[in-house]
Design a protein around this ligand. Sequence first.
Ligand SMILES: N[C@@H](CCC(=O)N[C@@H](CS)C(=O)NCC(=O)O)C(=O)O
Length: 195
Amino acid sequence: MKLFYTQNSPYARRARLAARFSGLPVEEVGLGSMREGGGEVLKQYGPGAKVPGLLTDSGVYLTETLIITGYLCEKSGGRLMSFDERLLELEGLGQVLTDALYVRNMERQKTDCPPSVAIVGKETDRIMRCYDALNERLSGKPADMNLATFSAVAALGYADWRGADDNWRGGREGLAVWFDAMMQDKDVAETAPVF
Ligand SMILES: N[C@@H](CCC(=O)N[C@@H](CS)C(=O)NCC(=O)O)C(=O)O
């Protein structure tokens, strides 16, 4: 299997962590920045041309993080997460936070017109609610490795890059301690964005 990624994509980070912890033979294929055309190569596999993308051993090209990580979990015999409602809730929270950070960043980086104050404000409110929810759920928790914690750590790592002005650690010490414990893991550290 081949997993296409860029170093700074929070979505691809989750897929890379899932691949590494699955124990399956997955070759990670790094692409240059998507902004600078890094995704061109992906158009031969499917219409989306986004990372992550997973080319399976039978030649099928899977897209969308939740589908790829779910596929890897199934293939590994359920190694990546148990079917637990609290974990599914956490995985979804990480996804919502990542999407909101991504949308806000796209809005802020628009060059053809000024960013919409309404969109930036709405996504920022959503982002703040997500930080609080993660703080409630992860304070005092150990650094377990599963799809839910990958989702949360990838979202927060992305926030350090694209949402630095949010200062998510402020008043959320429990979450910061949990994040630092996760970052002690070699694979979690290796897949962090570089900026
Ligand atoms: N919904 C997708 C989002 C993936 C995504 O947006 N990836 C970004 C990188 S962080 C991308 O490839 N962007 C390239 C583009 O929009 O052309 C998922 O969950 O995998």
